[in-house]
Design a protein around this ligand. Structure first.
Ligand SMILES: [Zn+2]
Length: 357
């Protein structure tokens, strides 16, 4: 079978609002009116855009049980007949296509998507991931692979990525000896931070803001363990806060530079750090480079192991999809394009010629 680059639109497209479309009937991580199903790979805000429209208009909302329960924790109401729970590796048939979710190491419940078309063409979407091959299984034998390209620039590589977890624990231990610690991060990473700290033996009380707490409770139903976590508006939390010995977990969006009257330290967990694993940005705030994304090196490693016939980089979200597509073509010889395209595909360029499938 010969698959040409211009054929990919029959199988895969990405809309400006971030929907990864497998033909038009399967929409992943974005809304599309004509689809029958919306698959949610994970609960990060750039992957649940338009979800309320999807819930209203589409037949099914699909995701792992953890993801669907975390969506409820975030306030989404998914009518039971529309709720399509898919465990990892469980195959279902949708409009003559075989669909399954595959684990992704990113945040709890995160998934990659695999779709097999009736003519045998196989496509996959990594969504957000890290640690290909170990934490994230690599989707192989694909005709078209869609990959995230958040850290798609060659200099966006973290040489220290193996040590960040230990350093994070050391910093929290040190700061806790001085007073309370507030941790700011995105959903999922907050819970991962809790897990890392508990495993490292930190016994200080954990206090969580409303949504962070609700997500903890949703994940506990699926066997995740974080030790005791207290809701910040409870009377118990008010008592604990008087002790000045606790770790408070809250969303990145609630970060402010203001100081409180107590000696409170703040830690921001972000992947956008490449030179050093942590740094102090002012008297009371630290940045720690705990990332839940592949860096450039790991993105390239994924593609090298997957060896898709065509690579599509997701250009509807933040990152460096154009640069990453060029780097893959140059380094690995795999035809790669970012979608959605900023300008129409020039089919006269040799790298876009016929590929043997
Ligand atoms: Zn994400």
């Amino acid at each position: 079978m010969i698959l040409r680059l211009e054929d990919i639109y029959k199988y895969v497209n990405i809309t400006l609002n971030g929907a990864i479309l497998f033909s038009s009937d399967i929409a992943v991580d974005g809304h599309e009116d004509n689809s029958i199903v919306r698959i949610v790979t994970h609960i990060h805000s750039d992957h649940i855009v338009g979800l309320r429209s999807s819930i209203r208009k589409l037949r099914y909302i699909a995701g792992t049980p953890q993801t669907l329960d975390m969506l409820i924790a975030l306030g989404y109401r998914i009518p039971l007949p529309k709720r399509l729970e898919l465990d990892y590796e469980q195959k279902i048939e949708l409009n003559e296509k075989i669909v399954k979710l595959v684990k992704a190491e990113h945040i709890p419940g995160a998934a990659q998507v695999y779709v097999e078309f009736p003519d045998g063409v196989r496509v996959g979407y990594t969504s957000d991931f890290k640690n290909p091959g170990s934490g994230t299984p690599v989707l192989k034998d694909l005709d078209i692979l869609v990959i995230e390209a958040t850290y798609g620039r060659p200099d966006w590589t973290r040489s220290f990525k193996g040590e960040v977890e230990y350093l994070f624990v050391d910093i929290v231990k040190y700061l806790l000896s001085q007073g309370p610690v507030i941790i700011h991060a995105y959903h999922g990473k907050l819970q991962e931070a809790m897990r890392i700290l508990r495993v490292a033996g930190i016994t200080a009380p954990f206090i969580a803001s409303r949504q962070t707490y609700r997500i903890v409770k949703a994940l506990e139903k699926h066997g995740y363990r974080f030790g005791e976590v207290i809701y910040d508006k409870s009377r118990e939390a008010q008592e604990v806060m008087k002790s000045n010995w606790y770790v408070y977990f809250t969303h990145m969006n609630s970060y402010s530079t203001s100081t409180s009257r107590h000696k409170v330290s703040k830690i921001i967990l972000t992947g956008w750090e490449f030179d050093q694993p942590y740094r102090r940005i002012n008297n009371h705030t630290w940045i720690v480079a705990l990332s839940d994304h592949a860096d450039f090196e790991q993105l390239l490693q994924y593609v090298e192991e997957a060896k898709p016939k065509i690579l599509v980089t997701d250009a509807s979200r933040a990152g460096a999809p154009e640069i990453f597509a060029k780097e893959v073509t140059r380094r690995l010889g795999i035809p790669s394009i970012p979608l959605p395209l900023k300008k129409p595909l020039d089919l006269s360029i040799t790298q876009y010629s016929i590929i043997d499938a």
